[in-house]
Design a protein around this ligand. Sequence first.
Ligand SMILES: Cc1ncc(C[n+]2csc(CCOP(=O)(O)OP(=O)(O)O)c2C)c(N)n1
Ligand SMILES: [Mg+2]
Length: 564
Amino acid sequence: MSNDVRTASGGRILVDALRAHGVDLAFCVPGESYLAVLDALYDVRDALRLVVCRQEGGAAFMAEAYGKLSGRPGICFVTRGPGATNASIGVHTAYQDSTPMILFIGQVGSDVVEREAFQEIDYRRMFGPMAKWVAQVDRADRIAEYVSHAFHLTVSGRAGPVVLALPEDMLVAQAPVVPLAPHHRVKPHPGPADLERMAGMLREAQRPLLMLGGGDWSQAACDDARGFVEAWNLPTVCTFRRQDLLDNRHPNYAGEVGIATGAELKKRVREADLVLAVGPRLGEMTTGGYTLFDIPAPRQCVVHVHPGSEELGRVYQAELMINSGMAEFCAAARRLPAIAKPGWAQWTETLRAEYLKTLEPVPAPGQLNMSEVVAWLRGRLPEGSIVTNGAGNFSGWPQRFHQYTGFRTQLAPTNGAMGYGVPAAIAAKLVYPARTVVCFAGDGDFLMTGQELATAVQYSAAVVFVVVNNSMYGTIRMHQERDYPARVHATALRNPDFAALARAYGAHGEIVERTQDFAPAFERAAAAGRPAVLELRIDPEAITTRTTLTQVREQALKATGSRN
Ligand SMILES: Cc1ncc(C[n+]2csc(CCOP(=O)(O)OP(=O)(O)O)c2C)c(N)n1
Ligand SMILES: [Mg+2]
């Protein structure tokens, strides 16, 4: 009988398992540590597309962006030591962004393990605090079990990254082939008593506010959230980097609660008598640096809905805490019988009107006004366009002046990882080749992962990269001027000619120096049929959508003067 058992190498069993779990796209930088996997991937190259990147940070960001975009685990393969350390930024992003993602890392063979062999690292210790699970698959006959657990865990509850290390000798060992099945998405549901209590709170409320954020969203969940919003006429804000959970053109959308929220909206959050926080962690970025609610017991009546039970009550004791997946909660919330004419129509209209005012372009120093550029772009971009960004003050322009039109029209990191926008945009374009994808990057931000432009060219990912160049790490310069005015150090940048750099990669490249030149340059970029870089040279004075650099400095100097 034993002769009938079919065996295969660990590498092949692993790739078969990925296929069984529905993987059709993965990102990698190759390494000799996992050649057996690459060889097995060769045989399924038509069914499982493998995108080879230029740096593991880029590959991991692409996998994270894929996970964010699709809700399915993003898959990334990297080599041991140096490959794994490079990839860690994507794992941290997936952790803070609650994104399903599995990082597979080649590992030294078990014959040399624990000797600090070439490139050896203990991944459990390295990734422990930023992954939901870190494990090493020591036996080829247990691959299917480990992979199944990895897929279930990465999507369940609060989604997040899983790291699996693959010892080299395990990948070439032979093991029996076992039947495989796809994973399930398991999420908690809200209970009827909690839903009834929430409906009761809504019936009593005068100034309710719905706050959408976090991970675990889908198109269906967003559609149901919108039904809930409409049934109760709720003013709705989205949290940091999650501005796409409700179409910003919807009459109930009232803006974003994040890093650069205007004083007016912050005041409204404090004034609300009922805050329904559906999905976000009530973390630093979603609470105005822990200032919008009292700790631990908020003054407002707060309902907190989150897929991870460990997040409920973490900083704030919400009046009602509901442990639920987003699709599960929103479907149930939509079905709640709403009151015929909620009494807060005026409140909803006021918040909407205040939001619309923030959209109007503002004066800005210099020849190129980013608020006008973004305002033009929001009218120009086709429905379903995806806008990405990394971290830096440049992101404040799209964050304030763009209108995200629906689920996953925004890809941006809540962990503030510079360099995210470029690889995220490439991943988005690979998944949705027919959609327009625009990446906003700063001059500093772009060069963190700009080498992935080569990946974009290699795979014909025709993204338009908008590099907002102010010749500095502007965000840090701003903080420097605020805290140590007029003592500028280590924040100035001497940059390459980004348009020429783009052309060297085989991309389209142009420099834009005046507002009126942006539209024709964008049209040329969009029509180029290949990746395109537009370098926008802006005045360094235009440091945020609300202040100039000189204003920041002078205010700080005045404050220092008055302290002395
Ligand atoms: C990977 C990473 N390194 C460092 C930082 C700290 N940091 C935040 S913003 C910023 C400067 C961004 O510069 P740039 O992309 O040119 O945008 P600007 O602020 O000038 O608009 C830095 C260094 C970070 N957030 N992420
Ligand atoms: Mg800059």
